[in-house]
Design a protein around this ligand. Structure first.
Ligand code: DGT
Ligand code: CA
Ligand code: CA
Ligand code: ZN
Length: 575
């Protein structure tokens, strides 16, 4: 079940936005935003809490707690409903444009009567925005860029984390029905693509009706798009389409293979079948002439009969996996079980939500043998970090070391790579950390040459062990920076600097294609959660999926290594 925390976080965030839109108290808006993040990051499910229990969450006062209780009881927050009603529908569409804040959207509506993206484009073309206070050519450029992001192909796809929540809930419910049929999700979600068009769920049963019925009557289903005996499609409350297919049990393997895709991979497997005088469909692999069924019950059988070893779903993109499977040379992909620790996490010393103690306890509960704390460094001015603060944290980290069944703690920091490639602290100070991650957090629009030099200089610093979220993209919100990444990868390989695979579902940075390119240079990788709350630690699975799509093995990933080998890698030995 999705936790009530997520729904409440969304509600409170929406209220904060609505306050801002209506030109309300900025302080109040920020307070709701903070409460939203606190609730979302709260480790326990808030569903059963009363006002008193809720107030124990930092940032949640009496008034917020009251609104949460109202929502938990009734599914509504009166203040949010009222605020929604006071905002013209068109303005909400404008707010959806990345980079156009609520205030500007409201102003556009009030002054120019704009209430849709098309009207806005038209107004920009006619230069009607130029007369508005606070709007210049730069603003127009930003808006146009935001609209292009909104309208780029794939903008209607959703983040893997959201699709996964929905899919896992549906699979759990269908699996629990009498008969206990085999049930799983397939499609792009099983292949761990970073965004998902729709969720494909498969069931093996000779009695489809009960499953179709169960899906259409789930509380999360808001619309039935099509209902049949072979396939039913519904839409969930948050607009996601779910396709359910019920297969005859003897066709399970063939159906799973077919509906996992990708389409490009399926085209290859079908070609391979045809060359061998066979026919491959979602029902099985058949002799083309006699029609005899040769394989269908398991995926392994189907692949084996085609002369291939079983291909992990993350590889099924027609990127050479068929040839590798034929030669028996598929990589032994890194798995979540191989991970020994997380190397990029935050606490409430900066913008994290959980205390050091809580983060460490949550890491230990995941069975890690080591764990790094990497709070932000001073150049990210908002975070108000100082040398004194981080040194005091180091003392606390040392005191907590080995207190959770021997788990070792590494004290690190996430440095900011400045516009010229400089870092927050001098080398002597960096030498005191067990681990330095360095990331770009500003000046994204520098020239290609400057951005490249910046990353290269950071990678060349002997104390930098990991480049954090290297391209800084945020899926659907911010494009990757335009650096020469081939150059960066080469330098990272030469200097022994790992590239991060940031597992936050909105980042997944490096992405699968960048990983495929980077590994050609012999670079090592770190798969990190970048957790800002204990509830973010499990995001690691999305980083693993992305690493698998980049064909990575355990050896490529430094946080699968034993601590002694990791420490050797972290030692400043670059020239
Ligand atoms: P998505 O939903 O856009 O994230 O991507 P997929 O890969 O989940 O695509 P989807 O949902 O259209 O179909 C699921 C799988 O079913 C797809 O990966 C391959 C298979 N499939 C669907 N339609 C076709 C088709 O017309 N031809 C072939 N060969 N395979 C298909
Ligand atoms: Ca799909
Ligand atoms: Ca589908
Ligand atoms: Zn960062």
């Amino acid at each position: 079940m999705p936790r009530a925390n997520d729904a409440v976080q969304a509600m409170l965030q929406e209220y904060a936005d609505l306050i801002a839109i209506r030109g309300g108290d900025a302080f109040k808006a920020r307070a709701y935003e903070k409460a939203a993040r606190a609730v979302g990051g709260h480790p326990a499910d808030i569903a059963g809490l009363d006002v008193k229990g809720l107030k124990e969450i930092p940032g949640v006062g009496t008034s917020v707690a009251g609104k949460i209780v109202e929502y938990l009881r009734t599914g509504h927050m009166t203040v949010v409903d009222e605020a929604r009603d006071s905002i013209p529908a068109g303005v909400r569409e404008l707010i959806g444009i990345p980079g156009l804040g609520p205030r500007k959207a409201m102003l556009l509506h009030r002054e120019l009567g704009i209430s849709s993206v098309d009207q806005l484009l038209d107004a920009i073309r006619r230069e009607r925005l130029r007369d508005l206070k606070g709007f210049g050519e730069r603003t127009e450029e930003n808006i146009l860029h935001g609209i292009s992001l909104l309208r780029q192909p794939g903008a209607d796809r959703i983040l893997i984390s959201r699709a996964m929540e929905v899919a896992e809930q549906i699979v759990a419910e269908l699996s629990a029905l009498p008969g206990r049929a085999r049930c799983t999700y397939a499609g792009s979600l099983r292949r761990m693509r970073e965004t998902i068009g729709d969720v494909d769920v498969l069931v093996a049963s000779r009695k489809p009706d009960a499953y179709m019925e169960a899906l259409t009557s789930m509380p999360t289903t808001t619309e039935v798009i099509a209902a049949g005996r072979k396939k039913t499609s519904v839409r969930t409350a948050d607009g996601l389409q779910v396709d359910l297919r019920v297969l005859p049990p003897e066709s399970w393997g063939a159906g799973l293979q077919y509906f996992t895709g990708s389409k490009a991979h399926n085209i290859r497997t079908r070609e391979l079948a045809v060359h061998q005088g066979l026919k491959l469909s979602e029902y099985g692999l058949f002799d083309a002439e006699s029609g005899e069924r040769l394989a269908s019950e398991t995926e392994e059988e189907v692949y084996a009969r085609l002369g291939l070893s079983w291909i992990p779903p993350a590889l099924r993109e027609d990127r050479g996996e068929i040839a590798a499977a034929r030669r028996g040379e598929l990589p032994a992909l890194v798995t979540e079980r191989d991970i020994r620790g997380d190397l990029h996490t935050h606490t409430d010393l900066t913008d994290g939500l959980a205390s050091l103690e809580d983060m460490v306890a949550a890491a230990a509960a995941r069975g890690y043998t080591y764990f790094a704390l990497t709070d932000h460094a001073p150049d990210l001015a908002m975070q108000r970090m100082t040398a004194e603060k981080i040194l005091a944290q180091r003392e606390q980290v040392r005191a907590l070391d080995r207190t959770h069944h021997g788990m070792r703690l590494l004290h690190g920091t996430e440095l900011n790579i400045g516009p010229d490639g400089g870092l927050d602290w001098p080398d002597e100070f960096l030498a005191g950390f067990d681990l330095c991650v360095a990331s770009v957090h500003s000046h994204f629009n520098q020239s290609r040459g400057d951005l490249t030099r910046r990353l290269v200089r950071a990678a060349e610093n002997p104390y930098v062990s990991v480049i954090g979220h290297p391209t800084t993209r945020r899926i659907g919100k911010r494009p990757p920076i335009d650096a020469d990444f081939d150059e960066v990868f080469a330098v990272c390989a030469r200097t022994g600097t790992a590239l991060e695979i940031n597992a936050h579902p909105e980042r997944l940075d490096l992405c699968d294609e960048d990983i495929l390119r980077a590994r050609q240079y012999g670079v090592k990788f770190a798969i990190d959660s970048d957790a800002h709350a204990t509830t973010h630690l499990p995001y690691l699975r999305y980083g693993i999926g992305t690493a698998q799509r980049g064909w990575l093995t355990k050896d490529d990933v430094i946080n699968t290594w034993p601590l002694t080998r990791l420490r050797r890698f972290l030692r400043p030995t670059k020239g």
